[in-house]
Write a protein that binds this ligand. Sequence first.
Ligand code: FES
Length: 111
Amino acid sequence: MAFVKLCNVEDLWEGEMESFEVNGREILVVWPSGGEIVAFQAVCPHQDIPLVEGKFDGKTIICRAHQWMFDCRTGAGVNPSDCRLAKYPIKIEGDDVLVETEGVQSLFAHT
Ligand code: FES
């Protein structure tokens, strides 16, 4: 499989997150404040809630359901720290955000 188009760079602003579907799966696109666009699994590792329904302050993604928090650059769990978001390889070509979905599976954690 190769990189496929996920969205346009203009589809979100720096400091925002948005969810897009590609290859039959939802992917969360996050633009950290002062950073580069990254892409993660779209659902919370806790109980499968869409993370796009949560909050994002430019640094931390916060799930709306039980306030689990994730570092927006790495996907690492901030609270709790024993979980993480699966990260997708992406690249930017012109205005296109491309993603590679093969080999990436959503991660889930204890409850
Ligand atoms: S489902 Fe996200 S914190 Fe519980």
